[in-house]
Design a protein around this ligand. Structure first.
Ligand code: GCV
Length: 714
């Protein structure tokens, strides 16, 4: 037996593999640094003959280490560190290390960088310059992105600095290792074995985030346990903070409003009670002792059963300001979520956050930022932008996107979210006239705020590929890239992601990007076309269930959202209905008041219309609805064909995973189409348009499907 094992090892070594060699399982994300072809490899080597690092410390070590890893991977020969400039060197410098820098670093802040091809003493070098070590690290990742994606490395003259200050992941990770709405396995935080065991994955997590400019992470679920504020858990968070610090990433914690009562027996959590304020102040002091650069708190209060200041007849501002006072002496901030709707409020759910928060504009402390989901319901495949954007000029608002795909096919559907993020960021609120985009609200430029932020609910777990599928990695990537620069296009981001993740070969990049770019619209089509929303299965939100009508709270039921009956379908949010449109600036509200001027993609979000209403195409609403479902299914079939054509270019493991997931997606897209048509036809009483196939089963069959073990449901 031992002899056989020995022979096997010898054989593996002989063919150039070690028994430890790994297949392409996606672990390396977009930082694969795969071996380049000989001519590219020679070009890379010529542009990285040595690394001249003019500073020292953990962040510099991360930067030079990443260059050596990256260039070593792509060329087979990592460049050496050198003290002196030589032809073709990569020169990393700051004004502190090199007073006479040949580029200006003003305007780059503490995180931005400049990259310039320049001459020093007659030698051609590439300078990566920044005001500090974290900026240098970001510049290094930019250069490596160019190197991996086949871009020219000559005549570089790049300046880049983020406009948004806080670029955070929100982990909905529980202390028991589960992840709410997580579809990529258990939490990567091994809370049980922290702080003693600090696995290498934490560093890889930091590398991936730093490479796309993410600078903070909220470690625990917004449905928080008070225990995360106990001394042992603070020590665990501190261990992670130590690992992330060199990468320019701060840690934050979600807090539970009643923590003072649960942990220390206080009689109340009233924010105006001095004992409560003193408790939070002492807790903040304790945290900052362990984590001197702790970022601050995130809180879900008075939302979906979570406690909050309204339980004591206080406002969200009272609550936020009390927490803000606790972290203020340490430079911390409070992110107060606006995701609120109440079981005893009969008003349209889509209006409730605005109604609660708009009157509080101007009442928040200067280290509070209100975190608003992209839309007014809940991360649907498509939602119009949240009416709070542009409506609270005296309050900094940060964006909350969902990277994990609770409502967009979870781990298996290929639905690239770049276009969704881009669509929201470019939406015009008209708050201060044309051009008042959501991006300008959150980057602070519209109202002159300096506290600015954007958060993405992470899609990360312990799966080898981190995100549950290779293509889900693109959503993490796109979030980070857009957070850094909201003016980037989803298409350009898909291109750089595909080039790094698969190959810069245009025969690979072009079809993959084409698949990705239409994939979110396809999911909208086969799930919730024309502005429909929230018709997913109860609790787990997996699969169609537009018929559900018996849940305790009205707004938990899909029928609340689509309001289909024999006359028509859709939620009337105009003046004849809930009048939610009045929460938008007048030019937007005017446009939304009339179905003819409402973007058709949002039609049934704002209007209840007869089944025979004529769409712009001339077909009836009923026929158009059916055609949208079909278009979505057809797109998935096309993606399957495109992927098949990529077989020669993609490694076997990643090819097979995507192939299998597309098969699942196609089956489920058909299921969505059939179940939705079967149900809505029971209302519309209209025949299917010519050429459309009847659903595979009757409505009762679809209703009978049940998924008690669907993942991600807390
Ligand atoms: C963390 C939705 C999700 C919940 C989530 C909540 C929130 O309701 O289904 O899982 O809870 O949003 O954002 O707080």
């Amino acid at each position: 037996m031992i002899a056989r094992l020995f022979c096997w090892i010898v054989a593996m070594v002989a063919v150039g593999l070690t028994p430890m060699a790994r297949a392409e399982d996606g672990y390396d994300l977009w930082l694969r640094y795969a071996r380049a072809d000989p001519s590219r490899s020679a070009a890379l080597s010529a542009h990285a003959t040595a690394i001249v690092a003019t500073g020292a410390g953990p962040t510099w070590a991360a930067a030079t280490g990443e260059l050596q890893r990256g260039i070593g991977g792509m060329t087979g020969a990592p460049p050496a560190l050198s003290e002196t400039i030589q032809q073709g060197a990569l020169w990393l410098a700051t004004p502190a290390s090199t007073p006479a820098l040949p580029v200006r670093t003003d305007g780059l802040g503490s995180e931005g960088y400049a990259i310039r091809s320049t001459m020093v003493d007659g030698k051609a070098v590439t300078l990566i310059a920044a005001n500090g070590d974290v900026g240098v690290l970001h510049g290094v990742y930019h250069w490596l992105r160019l190197a991996q994606s086949g871009a020219s490395l000559d005549a570089l003259d790049i300046r880049s600095a983020p406009k948004i200050g806080l670029r955070l992941l929100n982990h909905w990770d529980n202390l028991n290792g589960t992840v709410e709405r997580g579809y990529a396995g258990q939490s990567i935080w091994d809370w049980w074995r922290l702080p003693d065991w600090k696995g290498p994955r934490y560093t890889d997590y930091a590398r991936a985030n730093a490479s796309i400019g993410i600078n903070g992470t909220v470690l625990n679920n917004v449905n928080a346990k008070a225990d995360s504020l106990t001394a042992p858990y603070i020590a665990k968070a501190a261990a992670l903070a130590d690992i992330f610090r060199p990468y320019g990433i701060k840690v934050y914690l979600s807090v539970k409003w009643t923590a003072p009562m649960e942990l220390d027996g206080l009689k109340t959590a009233d924010p105006l009670d001095p004992a409560v304020a003193a408790w939070w102040k002492a807790k903040a002091d304790e945290i900052y002792k362990a984590i001197p650069d702790f970022g601050g708190f995130l809180i879900k209060a008075n939302s979906e059963g979570q406690p909050g200041p309204q339980d004591y007849n206080r406002t969200h501002a009272n609550g936020a300001n009390m927490l803000a006072a606790a972290v203020k002496p340490h430079g911390g901030i409070v992110m107060w979520r606006a995701f609120v709707y109440a079981h005893d409020n009969p008003d349209d759910r889509a209006k409730q956050a605005y109604s609660d928060f708009k009157p509080l504009d101007g009442q928040f402390a200067d280290n509070v930022i209100v975190q608003v989901k992209n839309g007014a319901i809940d991360f649907q495949p498509r939602e119009p932008f949240h009416p709070l954007f542009g409506a609270m000029p005296r309050t900094p608002l940060m964006m909350e996107f969902q990277i994990t795909k609770e409502y967009l096919g979870q781990s298996t559907h290929l639905t690239y979210l770049g276009p969704l993020f881009e669509e929201v960021l470019r939406s015009d609120t008209f708050a201060k006239g044309k051009g008042s985009t959501v991006a300008r609200v959150i980057d602070g430029s519209l109202e002159g705020h300096t506290l600015t932020g954007i958060a993405g609910v992470a899609n990360i777990g312990v799966d080898r590929d981190w995100s549950g599928s290779i293509f889900n990695q693109a959503d993490w990537y796109a979030f980070g890239r857009l957070a850094w620069d909201t003016s980037l296009s989803a298409q350009a981001i898909a291109q750089e992601w595909a080039a790094q993740t698969f190959s810069p070969d245009p025969r690979v990049v072009q079809p993959i990007v084409a698949m990705m770019m239409g994939s979110r619209e396809a999911a909208v089509d086969y799930m919730t076309p024309l502005g429909l929303a929230h018709v997913m299965g109860t609790g787990h939100h997996y699969g169609p269930a537009p018929w559900i009508a018996d849940l305790a709270r009205p707004e938990w039921n899909p029928v609340y959202y689509h309001k289909a009956n024999v006359q028509g379908i859709g939620f009337d949010r105009t003046g004849t209905g809930s009048n939610a449109i009045a929460q938008y600036a007048p030019p937007v509200a005017r446009r939304l008041a009339d179905p003819k001027t409402t973007p058709e993609r949002d039609l049934l979000w704002f209007h209840h219309l007869p089944w025979d209403y004529r769409l712009r195409s001339g077909e009836t609403l009923w026929d158009g609805l059916v055609h949208h479902y079909e278009r979505g299914v057809a797109y998935v079939a096309d993606m399957q064909k495109t992927w098949e054509g990529l077989r020669p270019y993609v490694d076997a493991e990643r090819f097979a995973e995507t192939e299998a997931f597309l098969t699942i997606q196609h089956r489920e897209a058909l299921w969505w189409r059939d179940a939705s048509i079967a149900y809505f036809q029971s209302m519309s009483k209209r025949p299917l348009p010519a050429g459309s196939a009847a659903p595979a089963h009757d409505l009762d069959w679809y209703k009978a499907q049940s998924f008690p073990y669907a993942p991600g449901h807390n």
